[in-house]
Design a protein around this ligand. Sequence first.
Ligand code: AMP
Length: 424
Amino acid sequence: MSGFQSPRGLRDLLEPLASAHGWAIDRAWAAADAAGYARIELPIAEESGLFERAVGGTSDIVAKELYRLEPRGDDAVSLALRPEATAGAVRAYIQHGMRSQPQPVRLVTVAHLFRYDRPQKGRYRQFTQFDLEAIGDGGPGIDLEVIELGAAYLRNLGLSDVQVHLNSVGCSACRPAYVESLRAYFTPAMHELSEVDQSRLTANPLRLLDSKDPAVIKRVADAPLITDHLCGDCAAHHAAVMAGLATIGVTVLAAPRLVRGLDYYTRTAWEYLLPGEQGQQGALGGGGRYDGLVELLGGPATPAIGFAIGIDRVVLALEERGLLPVRAVGATIVVAGIEPDSVADRVAIASQLRTAGSSARADVSSRKIGRQLESAVRDGARAVIIVEPDGRLTLRDLVKASQAEPAERSEVIAAALRLVQNEG
Ligand code: AMP
């Protein structure tokens, strides 16, 4: 045995989790396809500068958690593994001139992401997000569409009590005054803050609302609320989103302390949570309007909105509730053989069955037929086709434990397919 282990925070997914992840991802693509979103596959690494510009050099994601790649000979610029998908999607929107398409441009991707974070339950260094973006529409209608799509996706997976925690973080017109009032509120208590929170107070007081420090959390309870400081346009947008969501059938909770600490976020911000879960750590996903990002990355001023739902957290929630889908692993039909030299025939027949739509595998061993049958039963197969020494085939029904007379190939293959398809 080698002494190698998977690196810390980078997991192997075995069954049933591997299938559950695949299932949740398939459902994500399907949900977005059904709503007319175009799929986009983005590279797993981008220029480091893209993330530095988009997410911000002082954010944890970039300052502490970015996996930078060692520069290689012909790389003109330094690259990093993506810690989020929105920056890449916006980069692609600009690069491919999607501005000239009808707006909004609706995009969906499923992205493997990397953050050098402290691994714990629900927090890994490699994880996967269902990421949906609608770029080019500033009205509240698209907010409703995007928020509802994420909620419906989670509900349809079986997380029917999902809640949307919703806030507005204002815009460049109204947020600066709010940030100042927050700074003024916390400054007298500066000496009580940790070093990290002191530097937040200076650089971006909004992030104090996310602090994990119990003393800060207590103070946050009485801190000024952004919703009391919104300008007229932001207040009207927020009211329209709240009112629209009320008719949609997801539980919406006003979350006036929910912020996204990055400057390009504007107006609508939300998280998908299950009852009893705390924000951030417990969130299944989150979203926000980012009306400033396209411009920040060198494009024309373009409003946009999107969400990211964590597939790993979704699967964890389903597992905790006993709702993991179980995919039967193993073939429905096993093709066995009396003579060892029938192995190539068995493989060919199994392939023919798969082409016809059944799941099938050959027993490729030279074991006695009795052993081959035992292992087919152990694997949960429905039927066995036995290749006889004269080349004819015998169909054995493992559920009824009955066996037909040997017959011609095409006849037995058709009978086997009928048997499994009638039940499928
Ligand atoms: P964020 O991109 O940080 O807003 O996170 C959006 C969602 O991605 C979260 O609600 C989680 O479901 C998921 N997520 C974020 N970071 C991690 C992580 N380190 N491990 C697993 N899932 C994560």
